[in-house]
Design a protein around this ligand. Structure first.
Ligand SMILES: Nc1ncnc2c1ncn2[C@@H]1O[C@H](COP(=O)(O)OP(=O)(O)OP(=O)(O)O)[C@@H](O)[C@H]1O
Ligand SMILES: [Mg+2]
Length: 1107
């Protein structure tokens, strides 16, 4: 709020004139005096319109504090005393609010303060734009790119202790809110010759000194460096220390900055290794060595340095050594190798150092760009800051100065184009009355340098590409021929020259009259520097390096990618990049900072008028003021102007119907702006004085406040009314509901009162009626009681009479019945027999039995003996008959069934019956055998020729022939045997051969034992002492155990008339030779499947596991 009340202006407390447009009288002298006066009072900034003139104070002034930033933030350009912050603020706001890309062009000669100014602009923008972790990181990275690039690209010169030796253009990118997104840096031609040689009183690039002073011992050892500057040929000694500069501290700052920008540790290490390698390259020295052909060949004096470089960079020492001694020229598949003499070797060494360093620098810029590039693809607004090397005039000016000064010419040109020329042209275009102002247009100098056919750069390129001997002198000769007539070109020529008399001009030089002064260029080195040649052997050696960074810096060294075409020359490359830069700048809204250097001593408080006068002159400041003064400070198309100020006049507010120009006319008339203050152009209104514009702006601000109040008023009124209406509506609703509720309540009260009264009256009435009714009822009851008593008496009398009458009638009936009975008996006695009842009974019984049998005939069940059906009994007395009849019928149908059998079948059933008697409910195997027919001879010995011998040996009838397993007595394993049963004998034969193994007469078989379980094991016990029993009893297993046992039993019975003992037990003894072995059956596990297994456990036990 405080800020709004204090209306300050540029005019307040002014020292000299803040805006030189207001300077009176206007002359070179007054301009310089004004600058001096302001400089003496620490006012280093002065305006010419919107251009900021900055005079380098060479000391720190307290005008860049955060408070100052706040002061200038969002303030009108002319509101406060001139400042670089005001310009930055204007540019930033125009970018953010009006969506105009900006560029800030900072010009001035070396040491005038361009780099400082560019940093001030960046720091101001960083301070005022958005905040937040991400935005702050972007800002930090953008700001920290400066120390890194300054360490590698700046050096102390005689003019400036921190002189930028490269051109820098940085685009800062913003999003629609004005928050920084990232940036892109372009660099222009690093002055690489400085790497190998520095003029007197100057230094190499800062980084070399910073590294040697600031690196730890450990790092120096690693890089094979020594701290002593004097050890290195590339570091000139006379000015190694700069006053007020702490190289060691700066080294730490740079490393920190690299980390913030996003360099990885290994990248920093690689960069420092390259720097070390460059330093050490300078220490390689050569000596001549005579060869057989009489020519001198260079040899490296001390190979130690070379060895260390190779270790540092991972290059094969022999490869690099050879590259310093030979040069291979390749042309159309032919390779020619020539030796280098000492001078050529030094040239090669320096070229390598220069290339290595300048390529490292470009790599750094690209690496920084990678880190700071905007991460999004959204449309970006751009603010470009151009800090390019200032105009330079040295004692010895070479190719670099020529290039630098050419660039400055181009910048002056764009300044002229965009301000002076453009301004004048606009007045003419807009038909505004205008007196032409003379100014020097440097287009002619630009043309002298860059013209494609006869410009100096084109000549140089032509000379470089020309076959034959090319020297700097031939180049100068060519210049003398082509440019002799150019009025900005001077040279001393040998013959018939117009400059011949000018003895001030030395030989092998040419002079150009730049816009900023005359500069004498030494032609020496022009051709070489333009060619920028690095012997292919060297680039190939570099490409072979084990050091990844160095390898990547020399892609042309890759033998697979040999390009015989010459690379573009340094001059043409620079020309092209300057052209791109100019094109880029032209698309943006320019903001100018023109830096002036007050003295040559880098000292504070000294204002050298002569020096400043020179700069004021070549910067064209006077013309600049004149144009501003003659012209109009502000212009704007009619539509936006009307749109902006239409609220200041009743006719134009809120809508103007007619053309915009008429609207603006009406507006300006209404506001009573003096007519000399403005002019109407074709499409724009021109306002002469900034103050008029500020007045308009103030009025607009005031009006906007009024309008805001009006809007606020109406809005508040509307809001209150809506609120009131809502309240009223709500109140009505509430009242309605309340009334209804109150009335309902009252009604209920009245209703209940009425009911109470009503009930009292009704009660009273009812009681009255009740009393009357009760009286009436009592009267009626009395009458009824009397009547009842009377009726009772009457009835009892009648009842008595009726009872008497009935008794009499009954007596009559009984007597009558008796008499009738008597009468009938007497009449029928003669018709009845004495035993008729018994007869009837018998007949009835007979009839019932007859009926029973007849019915049974129809109900008899089927003839199947297993049919269990039998009809139910009809009479209880027939119970025993019924049961007997059932038994007889069953016996009869069984007989019937049996009668069907043949003899053979009978035998089979007999056998089955026998089996049933022997095993049913005793052996678990039995049920499974019931369904199996007993076949007896399963093995058909007769038919099998294999058993012919066996068949012949047996004469009797074979009852059983079957393969059984004979259990080995020793181990429980089994062997197959043919089991044969004949009428008298039991035989065992070999299954394969049919040979009889044992023969036992049935009389010797005493017993058969088996388990009660579901297995086929059985033992045949033999009579003790019999011949067959010598080997002991047999233990078999068979699938037809039941059948075999039954048949053995039957045969024994029929032959010996003795019942064979069949023992069923899960544990029985078997005689094996002399031993009695117990065969024990146990419930086995299922592991071995469903087959029972037999195992000899010990001498006395044979275990059969039954699943
Ligand atoms: N605004 C300033 N306040 C204080 N000192 C300044 C200011 N501007 C410049 N200087 C001083 O002047 C010196 C040179 O300034 P700067 O490096 O910006 O020059 P330059 O124009 O970039 O020169 P070159 O073209 O050689 O790079 C700075 O090192 C600093 O000491
Ligand atoms: Mg600089």
């Amino acid at each position: 709020m405080a800020k709004m009340e204090v209306k300050t202006s540029l005019l307040d407390n002014m020292i000299g004139v803040g805006d030189m447009v207001l300077l009176e009288p206007l002359s070179e002298e007054t301009v310089i005096n004004n600058l001096k006066k302001r400089f003496d009072h620490n006012e280093i900034y002065t305006y010419i319109g919107s251009v900021v003139i900055s005079v380098n104070p060479y000391r720190s002034l307290p005008i860049y504090s955060p408070e100052k930033v706040e002061d200038y933030r969002n303030r009108n350009f002319y509101e406060l005393s001139p400042h670089i912050f005001a310009l930055s603020d204007e540019a930033y706001r125009s970018l953010r609010d009006q969506d105009k890309d900006q560029c800030i062009l900072i010009t001035g000669e070396s040491g005038a303060g361009k780099t400082e100014a560019s940093k001030l602009v960046m720091s101001y923008v960083a301070a005022v734009c958005g905040k937040g972790a991400e935005v702050n990181q972007v800002k930090e990275q953008l700001l920290q790119s400066n120390p890194v690039l300054e360490a590698f690209g700046n050096a102390k010169t005689v003019r400036n202790d921190n002189s930028s030796r490269f051109g820098k253009y940085m685009d800062i990118e913003f999003d629609f809110k004005g928050d920084p997104l990232g940036g892109v840096i372009s660099n222009y031609l690093l002055e690489k010759s400085r790497v190998v040689k520095q003029p007197r009183g100057e230094r190499n690039f800062h980084v070399f000194y910073q590294l040697l002073s600031g690196a730890s011992e450990e790092l120096l050892n690693k890089l094979k460096l020594e701290r002593d500057f004097s050890r290195y040929n590339y570091l000139s000694l006379d000015s190694a220390k700069v006053n007020g500069v702490d190289d060691a501290a700066n080294f730490r700052t740079v490393r920190n900055a690299m980390q913030i920008v996003g360099f990885m540790d290994h990248e920093v290490e690689s960069v420092l290794e390259v720097v070390a390698a460059v330093l050490k390259l300078g220490n390689i020295e050569f000596k001549p060595e005579s060869r057989v052909n009489g020519l001198d060949e260079s040899k490296i004096k001390d190979k130690n340095e070379l060895k260390e470089i190779c270790e540092l960079t991972g290059i094969d020492q022999s490869v690099l050594e050879r590259a310093f001694s030979f040069r291979t020229v390749e042309a159309k598949q032919e390779k020619v190798s020539t030796t280098l003499n000492v001078a050529q070797a030094y040239y090669a060494r320096d070229a390598l150092a220069k290339n290595l360093y300048s390529r490292l620098f470009s790599w750094l810029v690209n690496r920084i760009n990678e880190s700071i590039k905007a991460q999004t693809k959204v449309r970006k607004k751009v603010m470009g800051v151009l800090d390019i090397y200032g105009f330079e005039i040295f004692e010895d000016n070479s190719f670099e100065q020529f290039i630098i000064n050419y660039c400055n010419e181009k910048l002056q040109q764009i300044f002229i184009e965009l301000t002076l020329k453009e301004e004048q042209e606009e007045y003419i275009r807009e038909d505004i009355e205008w007196t032409h102002i003379e100014y020097f247009n440097n287009a002619i100098i630009c043309d002298l340098i860059e013209n494609n056919t006869n410009g100096i750069l084109a000549m140089l390129d032509e000379e470089c590409l020309r076959p034959g001997t090319v020297t700097d002198e031939t180049f100068l000769e060519k210049l003398n021929q082509v440019c002799a007539t150019h009025q900005h070109f001077e040279s001393r020529m040998s013959k018939c020259s117009r400059f011949l008399n000018d003895t001030s001009l030395p030989h092998s030089c040419f002079r150009i009259q730049h816009y900023a002064g005359k500069v004498l260029y030494q032609v020496e080195g022009f051709v070489d520097k333009n060619n920028d040649l690095l012997y292919r052997d060297l680039s190939q050696a570099m490409w072979k390096a084990g050091h990844a960074l160095i390898k990547s810096l020399f892609p042309e060294g890759n033998p697979a990618k040999i390009n015989l075409k010459r690379p573009p020359t340094a001059g043409s490359q620079f020309k092209a990049s300057v052209a791109t830069l100019m094109k880029n700048l032209q698309t943006k809204n320019p903001n100018y900072i023109r830096c002036i250097k007050p003295n040559d001593k880098k000292a504070a408080h000294i204002f050298n008028e002569g020096l400043v006068c020179h700069q004021v002159r070549y910067l064209g400041l006077l013309e600049n003021v004149r144009v501003r003064r003659a012209g109009y400070a502000f212009r704007q198309a009619y539509e936006p102007c009307l749109e902006r100020y239409k609220m200041l006049c009743k006719q134009t507010w809120p809508h103007w119907k007619g053309p915009a120009r008429a609207g603006v006319e009406v507006l300006f008339n209404e506001l009573e702006i003096p007519v000399e203050e403005y002019s109407f152009g074709r499409s724009k209104i021109f306002i002469r004085n900034p103050r008029t514009l500020f007045k308009l702006e103030d009025l607009r601000k005031q009006r906007l406040e009024d309008l805001a109040t009006l809007i606020q008023k109406i809005y508040r009124g509307w809001k209150c009314r809506t609120h009131f209406l809502l309240m009223r509506k709500s109140q009505i609703v509430i009242a309605a509901w309340y009334r209804r509720y109150a009335q309902q309540k009252r009604y209920q009260q009245i209703k209940s009162s009425a009911l109470v009264i009503q009930s009292y009256i009704r009660g009273w009435k009812a009681r009255k009626i009740l009393r009357e009714l009760k009286h009436q009822k009592r009267c009626e009851e009395a009458a009824t009681t009397i009547a009842a008593y009377w009726h009772g008496t009457q009835a009892r009398r009648e009842l008595k009479r009726l009872k008497e009458e009935a008794r009499r009638k009954h007596a009559v009936a009984v007597i009558w019945a008796y008499w009738l009975g008597l009468k009938v008996r007497r009449e029928y006695r003669k018709f009845f027999r004495a035993n008729a009842g018994k007869k009837i009974y018998e007949f009835t019984l007979q009839r019932i039995v007859q009926k029973y049998f007849l019915e049974m005939k129809n109900k008899v069940p089927s003839l199947s003996p297993i049919d269990k059906n039998w009809p139910s009994r009809p009479y209880l007395f027939l119970d025993s008959t019924h049961k007997e009849l059932k038994r007889i019928f069953h016996l009869w149908r069984c007989k019937k069934y049996r009668d069907q059998f043949t003899d053979q079948q009978k035998l089979i059933y007999e056998e089955k019956l026998e089996a049933s008697e022997l095993f049913k409910d005793k052996k678990a195997l039995y049920p499974s055998s019931v369904g199996q027919p007993f076949q007896g001879p399963y093995l058909e010995i007769n038919k099998n020729p294999k058993y012919k011998k066996l068949k012949d040996a047996i004469e009797e009838k074979i009852i059983i022939a079957e393969v059984v397993n004979k259990i080995n007595r020793a181990n429980g394993k089994s062997t197959s045997r043919i089991f044969l049963l004949t009428n008298n004998n039991l035989l065992l034969a070999d299954q394969k051969s049919g040979q009889i193994k044992s023969e036992v007469p049935l009389v010797d078989v005493t017993k058969v034992s088996m388990s009660s379980q579901n297995d086929g094991f059985f033992a045949v016990h033999l009579k003790e002492g019999s011949e067959a029993a010598s080997k002991g009893d047999f233990l078999f297993s068979s699938d037809h155990l039941i059948e075999m046992a039954t048949k053995l039993y039957r045969t024994t019975l029929s032959q010996t008339k003795q019942k064979l003992n069949i023992e069923i037990s899960d544990e029985f003894l078997v005689q094996f030779r002399q031993d009695k072995v117990c065969v024990k059956f146990i419930q086995g596990n299922q592991k071995n499947g469903s087959v029972p297994t037999c195992k000899r456990k010990n001498n006395r036990l044979l275990e059969v596991a039954v699943p």
